[in-house]
Design a protein around this ligand. Structure first.
Ligand SMILES: O=C(O)C1=C[C@@H](OP(=O)(O)O)[C@@H](O)[C@H](O)C1
Ligand SMILES: C=C(OP(=O)(O)O)C(=O)O
Length: 436
């Protein structure tokens, strides 16, 4: 696809998955009703809502006319009046549901069975299962250390100190910190092991806990203390999902156009804020003004050519598939580092990215902690997406430049970005002078 002239588009992005699912969970743990404005409505947030409903929380849709769906009123889990039940929770492929909800199930008397999509069964869960056991809760997992498993609790957690190895996912830390305010004695959590990936997501957890009134501190590097806190319901507006803004901003880069994202937060813990540093490395200019981020691609985009990059993405691995799509269109080699843990994401993303770049005639190889893209993709074909929303959006980016790219199962984007194709088409129409 090429555009004779530089055009511009404004793309409004739905709410952050990571913030929505944290607020939903904390609203379920609060002492009174909460209202969440502009939440994400997607498969991952629907799974979080259904999971919390199983545990006794209630959700009411408050229509606002927003194209992204209603606001939500949340009635918390009625801890004092719940009877010990047997429940069943589908985590889909959502890391935030499979990791964050089991510690909440530990607070509720009865047994809760967790299972998910086929690939969910191979995502790392060991530290969650072992932590719950160390907290005095029974977990039956058939000695697999993964989904499916059943959490059985008398209701409540008294142990107040725990060490885990969260080098496989920051979500292991977030999961325990999010529930810990309702533990009888709070929690002192320590991480022991290689570096934790995606640290901004731990910062996000601390930030949302503070926002809702939970006392939390970090006595030393890699340790956190959550005080036992009863906190009232809250009213909050969810920021747009800056990771999901990525494919649209990448479109600006590869097509040499301008894309603006309204409501870009001034300050944020979202890893997607790293776009401001990453995209200039591909020759784009970025401007944050009047609450919008505008990215303007280099003149001529990928057709005129831009160079590859060497980048450590440990802090924002979630952005890797989008960055890899840019690297696959660059005219010199790239190396992405610090992202070994992507092997435990929605699919083994290092293997998937390498295979799909090679499928389209590029040269790429996995390294111990990332991938190298050695030469760009050169022809079209069916790009496999492995039920991974970010593989689908990566394929869409490549398809803007390479003729004949077909994205397999693009609906998989509904994990975090329903109507991706509508937003994408609308952006392209704006570039060609259509509706703004
Ligand atoms: O806490 C969260 O909301 C997330 C943490 C990160 O997980 P990892 O630490 O496993 O990368 C991120 O990649 C994921 O998309 C969302
Ligand atoms: C890793 C991701 O998701 P999850 O929350 O399922 O871990 C992601 O969205 O890139």
């Amino acid at each position: 696809m090429s555009f004779e002239q530089s055009g511009s588009a404004s793309v409004r992005i739905p709410g952050s998955k990571s913030l929505t699912n944290r607020y939903l969970l904390l609203a379920a743990l609060a002492d009174s009703e909460s209202v969440i404005h502009a939440p994400l409505h997607s498969r991952d947030s629907a799974l979080m809502i259904a999971a919390l409903e199983q545990l006794g929380a209630r959700f009411e849709r408050l229509e606002t006319g927003s194209p992204f769906g209603p606001d939500l009123r949340v009635s918390p889990i009625p801890f004092d009046s719940l009877s010990a039940n047997q429940r069943s929770i589908d985590v889909g492929l959502a890391g935030t549901v499979m990791r964050f909800v089991p510690p909440v199930a530990a607070l509720v008397a009865g047994s809760t069975h967790f299972d998910g999509d086929p690939h969910a069964r191979v995502r790392p869960m060991g530290p969650v299962i072992e932590s719950l056991r160390a907290l005095g809760v029974d977990v039956e997992d058939g000695a697999r250390g993964s989904l499916p498993f059943t959490v059985s609790s008398a209701g409540g957690v008294e142990v107040d100190e725990l060490s885990i190895d969260a080098s496989g996912s920051s979500q292991f830390v977030s999961a325990l910190l999010l529930a810990a305010a309702r533990f009888k004695n709070g929690l002192l959590l320590k991480h022991e092991g290689p570096a934790i990936p995606s640290m901004p997501h731990v910062e996000m957890t601390l930030e949302v806990l503070r926002q809702v009134g939970v006392e939390v501190s970090s006595p030393s590097e890699n340790s956190w203390r959550v005080e036992p806190t009863r906190f009232p319901g809250f009213e909050i507006t969810v920021e747009p999902d800056l990771s999901n803004a990525g494919p649209f901003l990448a479109a600006a880069v590869v097509l040499g156009q301008s894309v603006s994202i309204p409501d870009w937060p001034k300050e944020t813990t979202q890893g997607g804020n790293h776009w401001l540093e990453i995209l200039p490395r591909f020759g784009a200019s970025v401007e944050l003004a009047q609450g919008s981020l505008t990215v303007t691609g280099p003149a001529g985009g990928a057709r005129a050519g831009f160079g590859g990059i060497d980048l450590d993405l440990a802090a924002a691995g979630e952005l890797a598939p989008t960055v890899a799509a840019l690297c696959a269109l660059a005219d010199s080699p790239s190396r992405l580092r610090g992202i070994a843990h992507l092997r435990g994401h929605e699919t083994d993303r290092l293997a998937a990215l390498t295979a799909e770049i090679k499928r389209l005639g590029g040269e790429a190889e996995e390294t111990e902690d990332g991938i190298c893209v050695l030469s760009p993709v050169s022809h079209g074909g069916l790009m496999h997406t492995y039920a991974d929303h970010r593989m689908a959006t990566a394929a869409a980016i490549i398809g803007l430049v390479i003729e004949g790219v077909v994205v397999e199962n693009v609906e998989t984007t509904s994990k975090t970005l329903p109507n991706f194709t509508g937003l994408w088409q609308d952006m392209l129409a704006q570039f060609s002078g259509g509706r703004r």
